[in-house]
Design a protein around this ligand. Structure first.
Ligand code: HEM
Length: 491
């Protein structure tokens, strides 16, 4: 009898404490004024057990459709409030008090430590201050050459494969963005004929896969626990490869830094960090490593999925494709002269297409914050301190009240007169407020440079239609299947 009671009593006690917390604690009393799915005690925990990523993605869509504009989710004692109303999103994102990222970001710590994306407080403030000049227009101007060279090599590869019935654009585009990021963030060209570079690129993809596995298993968020299981041990090995590579690059760069700093045309982000270290010791070696890793992570996958979706959309909307191409010819000409920084600034219609693509397919679908002190929403609910607030950008951008006929690809939604009619927090592909995307102008230039190279050389024909694309839960908006486009060489 005693043998049965020993494990059962603590179990019942834990259940009792969770039940009390969900119903009678201060957090519970406020949170339970909101509607939301789930069962007592476990909340929505069971939805994650299958590990079916497509289902996890779809569950989020269904919940948003049913409970928006504000609802609650419990997973045992952890409460999350989902905010989908632009007024409420503004309250959270424009506040300087709620800048700490929520728990879902923790599974990136193994690789990124607490770099710009994952840090908070004074550390985040000081890093943001050091890194902001890396996105000054004079530096972005220098990066246009990198984008043009990477585009040229991508176009060459695609030309060799243009006889194929279709190309799955995800692998070549991901290679393009990894290479562009390596050259701009580390000042190193990632020559993929070298084994060490291939290992690094593979390690990035392997880590992403494991982070994703962990993302849908909230019980593995604790790093110490995770490191004990086989996939955690594998992640440790992969992270060692990633860190060793970055540390070597930093070490090499340091050697040449002094002489290259004043004369170099393409000032890499790494140089800026080295300068901050040298002039006032504002960042140490591990700090530099964290930031280089953060930019490699945040800067390649986001742009890769955005490019894949825009190619798919243009292939499906020939009239828009023709108009973008015409604009490119009008501004840059139809020869092989690469675009300059100012040419890219002039591509107004192309920019509207990119914006509309990021509305329908925002690379980052979900952002989350820890609520550091009670917040009152626009409709009077209190989100209590100690909870998490999540915003599903994907669903916000497809809300028919904000975007009539939301599934229609219509770049004119971004004509200045139409933007003016919308709430400024109804469109947030790059988030908003102080923790917005530091790389948004970088991304826009990279996307435009690539479209110039591709549309001058190819006509794009649809293979997959928007309705064929099946998404799954991921760190970025990734489809389950390939994204296939036919490339037809233009004469
Ligand atoms: C289409 C491309 C991109 C999209 C849609 C995008 C989107 C976002 C979003 C939504 C956030 C906020 C994340 C959060 O609150 O959790 C963010 C943050 C960030 N992004 Fe981007 N991003 C893109 C490209 C880039 C690029 C190219 C870089 C680097 C060159 C970059 C670097 C960062 C960094 C470092 C942060 C953290 C900023 C901070 O917290 O201070 N992103 N991005």
């Amino acid at each position: 009898m005693l043998a049965v009671l020993v494990p059962v009593v603590p179990f019942i006690l834990i259940i009792g404490v969770i039940w009390w917390y969900q119903n009678f604690s201060r957090v519970g009393r406020h949170i339970n004024k909101l509607d939301g799915p789930g069962y007592p005690i476990v909340g929505v925990f069971l939805d994650y057990l299958s590990g079916d990523l497509e289902k996890v993605f779809q569950n989020d869509r269904d919940r948003c459709a049913k409970y928006s504009p504000i609802f609650k989710l419990w997973i045992f004692h952890k409460a999350t409030v989902i905010l989908q109303k632009p007024d409420d999103i503004e309250i959270i994102l424009s506040s300087t008090k709620h800048i700490k990222k929520s728990q879902i970001y923790d599974n990136l710590h193994m690789w990124l430590g607490t770099g710009l994306l994952t840090s908070d407080g004074d550390k985040w403030k000081s890093r943001r201050k050091i890194l902001t000049p890396a996105f000054h227009f004079a530096i972005l101007k220098g990066f246009v050459d990198v984008f043009n060279e990477a585009t040229e090599s991508l176009v060459k590869d695609l030309t060799e494969r243009a006889h194929e019935d279709y190309i799955d654009v995800v692998p070549p585009i991901t290679q393009f963005t990894v290479q562009s990021m390596a050259e701009t963030s580390m000042g190193t060209s990632l020559d993929l004929t070298q084994q060490i570079n291939r290992n690094y690129k593979k390690a990035i993809l392997d880590f992403t896969e494991i982070a994703l596995y962990r993302l849908t298993k909230p019980w593995l968020y604790d790093e110490n626990l995770f490191k004990l299981i086989p996939s955690g041990k594998q992640a440790t090995k992969i992270v060692n490869t990633l860190h060793e590579f970055t540390r070597n690059i930093i070490h090499e760069r340091k050697k040449s830094f002094k002489s290259s700093y004043t004369t170099q045309k393409r000032l890499a982000m790494l140089d800026l960090l080295l300068k901050a270290q040298e002039t006032d010791g504002a960042i140490d070696d591990e700090g530099i490593r964290e930031e280089v890793d953060t930019f490699m992570f945040e800067g390649h996958d986001t742009t890769a999925v955005a490019i894949c979706h825009i190619l798919m959309l243009l292939a499906n909307h020939k009239n828009v494709q023709d108009e973008v191409r015409q604009e490119i010819f009008d501004i840059i000409g139809d020869n092989s002269q690469p675009p300059s920084y100012s040419d890219l600034q002039e591509l107004a219609y192309t920019e509207r297409c990119i914006k509309e693509c990021l509305r329908l397919y925002p690379s980052v679908t979900l952002i989350g914050r820890d609520i550091n002190e009670d917040v009152q929403t626009s409709t009077g609910y209190i989100i209590p301190k100690g909870t998490m607030a999540h915003i599903f950008i994907y669903d916000l951008h497809r809300n028919p009240d904000l975007y009539p006929d939301p599934l229609k690809f219509d770049p004119d939604r971004f004509l200045p007169e139409n933007i003016q009619k919308r709430h400024p927090f109804a469109y947030i592909p790059f988030s908003a407020g102080s923790r917005n995307c530091i790389g948004q102008r970088f991304a826009m230039l990279e996307l435009k440079a690539l479209l110039c190279g591709i549309l001058r050389k190819f006509n794009l024909e649809a293979v997959d239609r928007p309705e064929d694309i099946v998404f799954q839960a991921d760190l970025v908006l990734r489809s389950k299947n390939p994204i296939r486009v036919k490339f037809i060489t233009r004469n």
